[in-house]
Ligand binder design. Structure first.
Ligand code: IMP
Ligand code: MG
Length: 195
């Protein structure tokens, strides 16, 4: 059972956690919540790359207010599943002073990324700043902040697809799948990677 995908030299069966139709409905739900909140007011979306790329592309095409897009890059996962130092690259940021801003990310896990980027954006004094994540992983948060909008809540499993990666792969899957511990361990052994 599950969708066949390639991981290293193996073909594994990926368990689908959230399918395409559910994702479409989830993004439509978020869009209508945002229409309710902002009406026809212009909105600046700050999207954390690379994970929120797919969500960004879908969401903006469901929104009717004037949209500005600003990309920043945050890297916290290095070479797999372990959480590394958080680095943020925001040199291309649009000016957000006095703007209504929505910060989006692929997943809220420990919450450190969203909390740190929120702190940075607040320094630029936007008119309002809210946060939306595609997935909210329960049980790992180490920060006091919660996202204002979560499209889906998921259990504490490692997921890929719809922008989310393992080792920079699988972002293009049109669904959210669970990557099993056993498959990851086998992949790491094949390539001599340490955990
Ligand atoms: P946080 O700072 O711990 O909340 O981590 C957020 C970042 O960790 C996300 O932007 C993802 O890049 C990555 N991440 C956390 N959990 C997963 C997962 O299950 N699959 C893929 N990436 C994840
Ligand atoms: Mg990421």
């Amino acid at each position: 059972m599950g969708h066949p995908v390639t991981l290293g030299n193996d073909e594994i069966a990926m368990k689908v956690l959230i399918n395409q139709e559910e994702i479409d409905r989830g993004i439509a739900r978020l869009a209508s919540q945002l229409h309710e909140r902002y009406g026809k007011e212009p909105l600046t979306i700050v999207a954390i790359m690379t994970g929120s790329l797919v969500m960004l592309a879908d969401l903006i095409r469901s929104l009717e207010m004037p949209i500005r897009i600003s990309l920043i890059r945050a890297t916290s996962y290095r070479g797999g599943m372990t959480s590394g130092e958080l680095t943020i690259e925001d040199s291309d940021m649009l000016d957000i002073r006095g703007r209504d801003v929505l910060l989006i990310d692929d997943i809220f896990d420990t919450g450190k990324t969203l909390a740190e980027v929120t702190r940075r954006l607040e320094r630029q004094q936007p008119r309002s700043l809210r946060t939306a994540v595609f997935l909210n992983k329960r049980g790992n948060s180490v920060v006091h902040q919660e996202p204002d909008y979560s499209v889906f809540e998921i259990p504490n499993e490692f997921v890929v697809g719809y922008g989310l990666d393992y080792d920079d792969l699988h972002r293009n899957l049109p669904y959210v799948g669970v990557l099993e511990e056993a498959d990851i361990a086998a992949h790491r052994r094949q390539f001599g990677l340490s955990k």
